[in-house]
Design a protein around this ligand. Sequence first.
Ligand SMILES: CC(=O)N[C@@H]([C@@H](O)[C@H](O)[C@H](O)CO)[C@@H](O)CC(=O)C(=O)O
Length: 305
Amino acid sequence: MTKNLDKYKGIIPAFYACYDDEGNVSPERVQKLAKYYLGKGVKGLYVGGSSGECIYQTVEERKLVLENVMKAVGGQMTIIAHVAAPSTRDSIELAKHAEKLGVDALAAIPPIYFVLPEPAIEAYWTSIMEATNLDFIIYNIPQTTGYALSENLFKKMMTKEQVIGVKNSSMPVMDINMWKLRAPKENIIFNGPDEQFVGGRVMGADAGIGGTYGVYPELLLEADRCVREGELDKALEIQLCVNDLISQLTSFKGNLYDVMKLILAQRGVAVGRARYPLPHVEESEMDRVTKVRENIDKAIEKYVG
Ligand SMILES: CC(=O)N[C@@H]([C@@H](O)[C@H](O)[C@H](O)CO)[C@@H](O)CC(=O)C(=O)O
């Protein structure tokens, strides 16, 4: 059966965890943020990943988030649910729940905490995949999981009908090129590191899923358009600007996600703060958050208008 992979091609922000002022998952805020991105014209949302603070949430909280994303924008944009959890059992429960809600695809990092041997990783991904009929995306992020996807496991996984490709967050752009060239069938490769979105796209990525897209989707949408239409000078200019903004976003004592949530709040989309142990931005840094937000606004004005 031919799959519709076009629905994944484009800019897909990694959805942030939305909490109320007490730090509980807020269904209203989840819906508001999802609609905010729908209004920005992005292709889809990647829900429950690192940016969604998945490892700090219970299975029930993760279900609540996805339910409310689907309530707000389901059927109107592509939804990829990241379902990896410490146990295979919980991952399967999340996968089945996501399928019932009607998401487009599942994604999963390798097993969390212990760096297990490759056959265990294969068994983990396969168990999640076989629990549903959904498209499945392998998530390669060696810097946080300790496991770098091998060509051998990639090829084995790609023989399975449901496996459509890789969200590649390893730093070498060449990895993207390798998945693209060595895939035994039509596939979709997502660029992971926002710092190399343009590089990843030029080297074969069909799309991007990113943690910082959420505070400037306009810039990524424009960079993506430039790549598609061969305006590579402008694409590179936007990439350098994004990289400068990422340096600013990561220059706080508070965690990147906390910084980005404060920026969204300044835009009228309050989503709470990052969940501890992720460190919060300090009071003394708040003025600088505003400065970074202004710099983002200026960049959007400059490159998108
Ligand atoms: C390690 C990490 O979180 N990487 C991010 C990047 O988008 C990252 O936030 C960005 O490149 C800034 O460093 C994504 O690849 C992953 C991601 O956003 C997610 O799983 O939610």
